[in-house]
Design a protein around this ligand. Structure first.
Ligand SMILES: [Fe+2]
Length: 256
């Protein structure tokens, strides 16, 4: 289970419940996780609670399933490269290049046969400048690319060595402001790296029959290759109610 951040507006109860999950978990905190506290104390409390579950700028290793999850810059608000006062109070001043280098270094410890997953709060620049692109600014005109430059730089530097199977992020809500419709949440580049925006907000809702739904983005791997990606909405008893399939190489292979 990967958590892409903005868990709450600084309320620690949800963070606590994440630490009690029995599943393999990795978390990256988002800009809202500092609460209204610019001193950084609330942000630091979240980090203390999460301990090893938080993987900002480091690899979190799961052995079952074998996956290397590398967290990107904690507390990002997208928009290129900006450190809020709270985040800077916790991580200190850091440059775009230093942040990218930390991401790249952390990726080096992931065994080649494992899927490499980059877990970020905001996605990278380069996925498009329209409001409906995976990291497109939709709340203000003109629309622009609101991705993170350090993550894009890290991906460039990783390209000759190790391409991630998946870059998953949140921050940019699926539903666009006003009447602009829905965001495109998925891209796959020509090398097979999947970019997935998991920010279905709110994650809980109700369908036309009054059933409660909870959203999850879902991926499946075959060795290091990502072969399935979908958005899924589950009922409270765990039954799958709806799925929007984004990629399904597994069943495409089986049908031939
Ligand atoms: Fe956010």
């Amino acid at each position: 289970m990967l958590f892409v951040g903005d868990l709450s507006d600084g309320d620690l109860r949800l963070t606590k419940s994440i630490t009690q999950l029995k599943h393999p978990v990795a978390v990256i905190l988002g800009n809202h996780d500092r609460g209204k506290d610019a001193s950084g104390e609330t942000f630091q409390r979240q980090l203390n609670l999460l301990g090893d579950l938080h993987c900002g700028w480091r690899m979190r290793e799961w052995t079952n399933p074998a996956v290397g999850v590398v967290g990107c810059r904690p507390g990002s608000a997208g928009g290129g490269f900006h450190l809020s006062r709270a985040v800077q109070a916790v991580v200190g001043p850091i440059t775009v290049e230093q942040s990218a280098a930390r991401i790249v270094d952390a990726c080096a410890s992931v065994p080649p046969s494992w899927p490499l997953v980059l877990l970020a709060h905001a996605g990278p620049t380069g996925l498009g400048s329209e409001a409906s692109d995976p990291c497109g600014r939709d709340w203000k005109q003109p629309p622009c690319d609101w991705g993170d430059r350090d993550l894009a730089l890290a991906l460039d530097q990783l390209a000759p060595r190790r391409r991630p199977s998946l870059v998953v992020f949140g921050h940019m809500h699926h539903r666009l402001k006003g009447r602009q419709g829905e965001r495109s949440t998925y891209q796959r580049d020509r090398h097979g790296t999947v970019f997935l925006n998991a920010a279905c907000v709110p994650r809980r809702g109700m369908d036309a029959e009054g059933r409660q739904l909870c959203h999850w983005s879902w991926v499946e791997f075959d060795q290091a290759n990502l072969v399935h990606a979908s958005h899924r909405w589950y009922l409270p008893d765990g039954q799958l109610a709806y799925a929007e399939t984004l990629l399904d190489l597994a069943s495409a292979g089986a049908s031939h």
